[in-house]
Design a protein around this ligand. Structure first.
Ligand code: ATP
Length: 229
């Protein structure tokens, strides 16, 4: 079964086409990457998935629960880590489960639970954003720009957590990333979005060897195992 099925998705902003006929699926327990340059339409796809924008054409089907780790983390800086997590459990104005289930999954958060989120490092905030999304008990996590502004070692740690959640709990992930090397290293399959269309798709290993991908996306890229910027 597919947790996400997107078919023929077309989105226009006042006449300008941001996505055109996009087909994409994420299977149960699958790690899938969506890579592409600035302005390719990645954020537009995320917005369409979460119902924030209405497509001009096409269909989106989500089987199960979808939760998002938004670009830029979107913490409530004045609230504690624990309160930020709790906000992920709100559904239709009702309180969800307690936050206790999250700490064993992301043990680094345990010692930070009373800290105000605004005082955390970027990597710690990204961890909170993942924990907050997990509060919804998702079948699939849509992660928008995991690596944005974070040092490679911090990113590697976050990737390790996503791998474990996938392997141990069968959590599916759609990873939207500008860092193609990172995305292709983590994921089973990948899609390359260019100017609103899916330009390439396939196994992550195959795409990483594809000369077109190498030239456009892996060339001068900062790697996850390279030096911090
Ligand atoms: P980035 O990696 O820079 O965030 P992206 O791949 O997420 O880029 P989108 O933000 O989805 O790309 O934008 C796709 C296209 O739609 C771009 O040409 C962008 O300028 C345009 N666009 C995005 N939002 C709007 C909007 N609200 N109104 C008009 N055009 C928009």
């Amino acid at each position: 079964m597919n947790v996400i099925e997107v078919s023929g998705l077309t989105v226009r902003y006042s006449g300008a086409t941001a996505l055109e006929g996009v087909d994409l699926v994420v299977g149960e327990g699958e790690l899938v990457a969506l890579i592409g340059p600035n302005g390719a339409g990645k954020s537009t796809l995320v917005k369409a998935l979460s119902g924030l924008i209405r497509p001009a054409a096409g269909q989106i089907t989500v089987n199960g629960r979808l939760a998002q780790v938004p670009e830029g983390r979107e913490m409530f800086g004045d609230l504690t880590v624990d309160d930020n997590l709790r906000l992920g459990g709100w559904r239709n104005g009702r309180h969800g489960r307690g936050t206790g289930a999250i700490y064993p999954l992301l043990p680094e958060l345990t010692g930070l639970r009373r800290r105000r989120a605004g005082t955390l490092s970027g990597g710690q905030q990204q961890m909170v954003a993942i924990g907050r999304a997990l509060m919804a008990r998702p079948d699939v996590l849509v992660v928008d720009e995991l690596s944005l502004g974070l040092a490679p070692l911090v990113v590697a740690d976050l990737v390790g957590h996503l791998r474990t959640l996938n392997a141990d709990r069968g959590l599916a992930v759609l990873l939207i990333e500008q860092n193609a090397r990172l995305a292709l290293g983590l994921c089973h399959r990948a899609y390359v979005l260019e100017a609103g269309r899916i330009a390439l798709r396939g196994d992550a290993d195959e795409l990483a060897r594809d000369p077109r991908v190498a030239a456009a996306y892996l060339g001068g890229h900062v790697t996850t195992d390279g030096p911090a910027r």
